[in-house]
Design a protein around this ligand. Structure first.
Ligand code: UDX
Length: 434
């Protein structure tokens, strides 16, 4: 079986490499020639643990990348992995890449082939695309469309692709389920759940899952706000409620909130789509989830201002720029957003991130970027721990304390050793902790 993957961003590039690892002949297509060149040179155009070795192993053998859509003509299964970012002037998803790639694919779809959507889309998209393909292909060419949402987490993308915790196949034809089972046969373990459903349900599973995760995080962050006005400790609260199996401890880490290319834009697009469908009230709570999340960033800026008296001219070290560790992705990153807000308020901000500085500098070239955490911290009047890279937890508060002008640590992830910082003479401030 031959496979094509359209769109080689965080999702598509890893999916293409994963499909090659599962034993298929794979062509990845992207309109970005620089990305394609990097992939053909066996380098992911972004940082993702364990993904370069897969390119090393398969590029030039079963795996290749191209900008030429005609090269998908041999493929039996086409995965659509293009981005659906937030639109410029609205909360809804921008479907331009999905629509243009489907149009570009149509002339090259062979009879009996299967188009599989993986991008996160507004519910109802798959049925419309199926119609579009049906209308635009000749009668002699029968093509099915399925929806197979992707749940991979950045930082664990390879593992999540090769060993998914569940698979969802949204189908509306006779052959799609069988073909998808064949594609994923080597990734489906004995106990991997496979949920076969209709197209709209499959589309909804993805946004429902991300909305639930976002809600869980904003719930605990709302509790952090209550802890702040009562003197309670949100980390102990999360541990205690997390012992209830119905709740679970995962995704109850209070801090600067969620970011990245998925959760923020997905809840906004889902809420916008519900309004279009006349069901806006059902998802009105997601607007609150978003508002709580954005308040976290403001709160950190306010904390720095309160502790330093003013932001103007103050030297602030920001540890982290990526939206989470093990990633160089700065899309909607709380760390970078806070760094930017502090800078705009007149602070002298020095940022360090082990992987994300080139991406951060493209978006925010006016910030200072340090070569190491210790360089960022040197002479700072406040240090902010905003992305939980393990190396930041390894910093010795006594050693780094010797260089700073003022020992103020604001731990935006509630993960540093509070006692060790206090013993070393720091003012340690957690979020939602006394
Ligand atoms: C998410 C979903 O987890 C994944 O299933 C989906 O396919 C894409 O979106 P990802 O964006 O890679 O994946 O990151 P995730 O690990 O979910 O973290 C999202 C954000 O939430 C990060 O900014 C993280 O720091 C934050 N977060 C996570 C918290 O603030 N607290 C938590 O307890 C957990």
């Amino acid at each position: 079986m031959r496979i094509s993957v359209i769109g080689t961003g965080y999702l598509g590039a890893v999916h293409a490499a994963g499909m090659a690892e599962l034993g298929f002949d794979v062509v990845g297509v992207d309109i970005d020639a620089a990305k394609v060149e990097s992939l053909n040179q066996r380098r992911m155009p972004f940082y993702e643990p364990n993904s370069d070795p897969l390119l090393d192993k398969h590029v030039g053998k079963g795996l290749r990348f191209t900008t030429d859509m005609a090269e998908i003509a041999d493929a039996d299964v086409h995965f659509v992995c293009v981005g659906t970012p937030q639109r410029k002037n609205s909360l809804a998803a921008d479907m331009a890449f999905v629509n243009s790639s489907i149009d570009a694919m149509i002339p090259f779809l062979k009879d009996g082939s299967l188009v599989v959507g993986k991008s996160t889309v507004p519910v109802g998209t798959a049925e419309k695309l199926a119609e579009r393909i049906e209308v635009a292909t000749p009668e002699s060419v029968s093509v099915e469309l399925a929806w197979n949402p992707e749940f991979l987490r950045e930082g664990f993308a390879v593992q999540d692709t090769l060993h998914p915790d569940r698979l969802v196949f949204g189908v509306n034809g006779d052959n799609a389920e069988g073909i998808l089972r064949e594609v994923y046969a080597r990734a489906i373990g004995d106990d991997t759940p496979v949920v076969v459903t209709d197209l709209p349900t499959a589309e909804l599973v993805k946004v429902a899952a991300n909305s639930f995760l976002a809600t869980k995080i904003s719930f605990i962050n709302a509790m952090a706000e209550i802890c702040d006005v009562t003197g309670a400790d949100v980390t102990a609260l999360a541990d205690a409620i997390g012992h209830d199996e119905r709740i679970g401890r995962k995704f109850l880490n209070a801090g600067v909130g969620f970011g990245g290319g998925c959760l923020p834009k997905d809840i906004r697009a889902f809420s916008a789509r519900a309004s279009e469908l006349g069901a806006g009230q059902s998802l009105a709570f997601l607007n609150e989830v978003d508002a709580i999340n954005l308040r976290r960033r403001e709160q950190v800026v306010n904390l720095v201002r309160e502790h330093l008296g003013t932001l103007h001219g103050r030297r602030v070290a920001v540890l982290g720029a990526a939206f989470k560790p093990d990633s160089d992705d700065v899309r909607d990153s709380p760390a970078l957003s806070i760094a930017g807000q502090l800078h705009l308020a007149g602070a002298q901000v020095s940022v360090y991130d082990p992987k994300a500085m080139p991406n951060a500098a493209r978006i925010f070239p006016t910030l200072n970027y340090a070569d190491s955490a210790t360089e960022a911290i040197a002479d700072a009047e406040a240090v902010l721990h905003l992305t939980e890279w393990p190396e930041f937890r390894e910093l010795d508060p006594a050693v780094i304390g010797a260089d700073v002008a003022n020992k103020l640590m604001i731990d935006g992830r509630n993960l540093l050793d509070r006692d060790a910082y206090r013993q070393a003479g720091w003012t340690y401030v957690g979020l939602g902790r006394p």
